[in-house]
Design a protein around this ligand. Structure first.
Ligand code: HEC
Length: 117
């Protein structure tokens, strides 16, 4: 599934943000955060498959994506202000969005589309 490539990219960008925070490179954080907020999406055909599978849970799934988007946008704003504490708070909210979606959907997604755990 193309979603996995999207996720691997998010993973790398999150790690890059961690490195930038450690060095207080706020300009780099401000550059990386939009990659998290406006990440790539799977092609339309895959999106349709995922949405069909999600059914009534589609809103919940999208809500977690929205949480990541909002938090990453907040992180960008905080980084532009050079406000390290706010960057870290927003980083934490971003990761909470990742975790929440994974806890709700990841295992069943893998079972559904790859037929294993
Ligand atoms: C809206 C739901 C959702 C959000 C938000 C989300 N993920 Fe995921 N993520 C998934 C699903 C579903 C999978 C399983 C995809 C698969 O195995 O093909 C996954 C899998 C992954 C994987 C494992 C990929 C692999 O190679 O097995 C990583 C790493 C990952 N996500 C990182 C992130 C990071 C980092 C964030 C936040 C910045 C994030 N994800 C936010 C739904 C989400």
């Amino acid at each position: 599934m193309a979603l996995r490539t999207v996720m691997e990219r998010l993973d790398r960008d999150m790690q890059a943000v961690t490195g930038a925070i450690s060095k207080e490179e706020w300009a780099l954080v401000a550059e990386l955060a939009p990659k998290l907020a406006k990440h790539a999406e799977p092609p339309l055909s895959e999106k349709m498959r995922i949405l069909t599978w999600l059914g009534t849970d589609a809103g919940k799934f999208r809500g977690f994506d929205g949480q990541v988007q909002n938090a990453a946008t907040g992180m960008e704003d905080a980084a532009k202000r050079g406000d390290g504490q706010a960057v870290i708070a927003a980083f934490s909210r971003t990761q909470q969005g990742c975790l929440a979606c994974h806890q709700s959907f990841r295992q069943s997604f893998v079972e559904q589309f790859y037929g294993s755990r």
